[in-house]
Design a protein around this ligand. Structure first.
Ligand code: C2E
Ligand code: MG
Ligand code: MG
Length: 743
């Protein structure tokens, strides 16, 4: 019984063991059955567009390889799930258990740890094609240098085996490959043509061309470690691969290679749209500039309108006191050298006109007055209305004539405004004038000037006989004189009122006339014979001296020519003013032209330049002196002793002759000291090797003294006064009958 019990227990244990093993087996089979249906994890790269790349939105691997594998897996009963390979190489990935299969394989390889792999059947053929720069062709295979991505390990291997002579250079990126091609380091690049269809969409690679030559085709397979499980997966996948028709395969390839998959990055965008971008920026800038300018012009226009309102008198249309003040300031700043007067005018008893003829008539009169005045003005002059019947005027002072013209053209028509319209009321205008002084141009104070003109106007009004008064009559006279000289000069030259007189120069020892100085005189139609002192400084100030001097030089040359034709070679000194010599004027050239024109020789014309002129602008005058002497003219330093820097000038200026002005050295002070100075100057000039002539010799004592000091050449009233040319010719004729002329 006990034995039976033991047998039963033994049987129970056996049964239990059997049960356990069966359930274990069932579990194993059930596991295996489950394994058969499980999803297939496929490891793929993500940087091989269009074969493998990440979908933009889902961030899942997609591409030709993915689609092909998905179809093969599905046909084999798998649901493929694709995962991006994280390992650096396929070999390393093989050793990881993260993936059931990996792609892409050309053939079986060993894993990084040396385990063999097994691959599926071929999913497709990938052709490898060459790309070159546009316009260049492929050299023969044995000379070819090819650039390839180093990640294409299998491709590089295959190329090496097929074409051992080809030089292969490996690069880390496509950009490095293209750079090498552009620099000529390689002749072509090699990659699979599906990848090219994507890469060449990049705008910067537009000038790369695919060559119609396939180097080789590579198989495209999946692979895994050679294990029982691996073999089982590969077996099943091969069945799936076999079920994909060629047409289907082509459709998948075409789908991806014909799509525009390339996504522009920032630099592509810049590259592609450089021209439109530049044009856009230019257009944008132009629009901004136009906008700003438009705003500016609108603002200016508004300012102008505002100024119009603020600065103009609405009744007469001329400036009001505000506008007048501003304009006067502008004009005085711009024309510091213009002689201006400022007038303040008033209609006498204007109130009576308004009362008797009506306000409207008064307004008409004021408008007429303003218009007439405006018409008489130039752009450098201005009129304004202060208040009521008061007009103010800044006028260029042009001398007596202009003054009378103004009366005729403006004042008289205004004064006769009502009588000319059949009414009895004769108008009287009283004016106060203020002549601007140099100080007024420096510190411009329009109100102060107007005050002075107004004071003068009040005086004119009190003194009922006169119609104008001048505040500063001395300036007024001077200003008028200056204006007269300036206005009359061109006419005077034309009418021959400018005469050339000669003052002979003599050699005291021999009594011989050695030459003459040409001095001008103005035989003024109205004012009689004018001495140079009364108009030359004015002309110099007004910048008109050159007009006069050019005329004098020409007349002198005409006289010299006439004398030459009469058989006499004569010598004349002409004055050159500091105002004649300017950077833009070629005075030496002008003298040479005159010599040529009149057939004279250079030594006949001597050039006098005053010492003070040299002191004022030494650089230019010294260079012009050098040029004159270079041409053969003798240059004399006039009025030596009149300036403050005479001795300094002697050292600096390269002249031929010194013209010693006795007047300046002897006119005042102790005569004995004067004599000492003169004799020392003579000695010094002689020691410097210069010639000397003394001018202003008025008596025999001076002449004797100069002679005793070795200076024989003289000019002065003691010998001759300046005289008209006919008189000079007579003097010469009388002497030449006794002493022969220098020839
Ligand atoms: P300057 O060139 O020194 O001429 C000499 C001046 O002294 C002349 O005066 C002459 O008449 C005067 N004179 C001559 N001998 C005596 C004398 O013994 N005693 C006195 N007290 N004076 C004497 P003028 O003709 O009145 O000329 C004055 C200045 O005007 C000249 O001085 C010269 O600088 C200038 N000038 C004259 N004519 C011209 C000209 O055509 N062009 C230029 N730029 N200046 C000229
Ligand atoms: Mg002179
Ligand atoms: Mg002189």
């Amino acid at each position: 019984m006990r034995r039976r019990k033991r047998v039963n227990r033994y049987l129970f244990y056996v049964f239990l063991c059997l049960l356990l093993s069966v359930s274990g087996l069932v579990r194993v089979f059930a596991e295996e059955g489950k394994n058969d249906e499980k999803t297939l994890v496929v490891g793929v790269p993500a940087d091989r567009c269009p074969i493998f790349y990440l979908d933009g939105e889902m961030k899942e691997p997609v591409g030709i390889g993915v689609d092909l594998m998905r179809e093969a897996a599905a046909a084999a009963g798998y649901e493929a799930s694709f995962r991006v390979i994280e390992e650096e190489t396929l070999k390393k990935a093989l050793d990881k258990e993260n993936y059931d299969v990996l792609m892409p394989f050309g053939s079986a390889i060993f894993s990084a740890s040396g385990q063999p792999s097994i691959v599926t059947d071929n999913l497709m053929q990938t052709p490898f094609t060459f790309v070159t720069q546009e316009g260049s062709s492929l050299p023969p295979m044995e000379e070819l240098r090819v650039g390839m991505l180093s990640s294409l390990g299998g491709g590089i291997e295959t190329l090496r085996q097929l074409y051992p002579k080809i030089e292969i250079l490996e690069f880390e990126s496509m950009e490095a490959c293209v750079n090498a091609l552009r620099k000529g380091e390689v002749d072509a690049l090699l990659h699979n043509s599906y990848v090219w269809s994507y890469v060449l969409q990049k705008p910067a690679y537009q000038n790369l061309r695919v060559q119609p030559l396939t180097a080789f085709s590579m198989d495209f397979r999946a692979g895994t470690l050679d294990t029982p499980k691996g073999r089982s997966v590969v077996k099943r996948l091969n069945e799936g691969i076999a079920s994909i028709s060629d047409t289907r395969r082509q459709a998948i390839i075409l789908d991806y290679t014909s799509r525009k998959l390339y996504r522009y990055d920032f630099f592509d965008f810049i590259y592609q749209y450089t021209l439109p971008l530049v044009l856009g920026i230019l257009l944008f800038n132009a629009l901004i500039i136009i906008g700003v300018q438009r705003m500016r012009s609108i603002r200016k226009e508004q300012e102008r309108k505002l100024r119009q309102m603020m600065d103009y008198d609405p009744m007469t249309g001329i400036l009001n006191i505000n506008g007048f003040r501003k304009r006067v300031e502008e004009l005085l700043r711009a024309h510091q050298d213009y002689p201006y007067i400022l007038s303040y005018s008033n209609i006498r008893d204007f109130k009576y006109i308004n009362d008797s003829l009506g306000r409207n008539s008064g307004d008409q009169l004021l408008r007429f007055w303003a218009r007439k005045t405006q018409e008489a003005l130039t752009d450098e002059e201005v009129v304004g209305r202060v208040t009521g019947d008061r007009l103010v005027l800044l006028r260029h002072l042009r001398g007596e004539e202009q003054f009378y013209l103004d009366r005729k053209k403006v004042i008289e028509p205004v004064e006769n405004f009502f009588t000319a319209r059949g009414k009895e009321n004769r108008i009287q205008i009283s004016s106060g004038l203020y002549v601007l002084t140099p100080e007024d141009y420096k510190n411009i104070d329009v109100d102060r000037m107007l005050d002075m003109a107004r004071v003068a106007e009040e005086r004119a009004r009190e003194n009922r006989s006169g119609n104008y008064e001048v505040y500063n009559s001395e300036q007024w006279e001077k200003g008028k004189r200056v204006a007269d000289v300036i206005n009359d000069l061109p006419k005077a030259i034309r009418k021959g009122e400018i005469e050339v007189w000669y003052q002979p120069q003599v050699n005291y020892a021999t009594g011989e006339i050695t030459g003459a100085e040409a001095l001008c005189r103005w035989n003024h139609g109205r004012l009689g014979l004018l001495q140079p002192g009364s108009f030359i400084p004015t002309l110099e100030e007004a910048g008109l001296i050159y007009d006069l001097d050019s005329y004098v030089w020409e007349r002198v040359c005409q006289d010299l020519k006439r004398w030459k034709e009469q058989g006499h070679k004569r010598f004349v000194s002409v004055n050159v003013s500091r105002g004649d010599i300017r950077e833009d004027r070629d005075i030496p050239g002008q003298f040479r032209g005159l010599i040529e024109k009149y057939g004279l020789s250079e030594d006949q014309l001597r050039v006098e330049i005053t010492e003070t002129a040299y002191a004022e602008s030494p650089k230019l005058l010294i260079s012009e002196t050098e040029r004159l002497r270079g041409f053969g003219f003798q240059v004399e330093m006039d009025d030596f002793g009149s300036g403050f820097s005479s001795l300094h000038m002697l050292k600096e200026v390269p002249v031929d002759r010194i013209k010693l002005d006795l007047y300046f050295l002897t006119a005042s002070g102790d005569p004995e000291k004067g004599r000492i100075i003169v004799s020392c100057v003579i000695q010094m000039v002689q020691m410097l090797g210069l010639e000397l002539i003394a001018e202003g010799v008025e008596n025999a004592g001076q002449a004797e003294f100069l002679c005793s000091r070795g200076s024989q050449d003289m000019q002065g009233y003691f010998f001759y006064r300046p005289m008209p040319v006919r008189d000079y010719e007579e003097v010469l004729a009388a002497r030449e009958s006794k002493i022969p002329d220098r020839q």
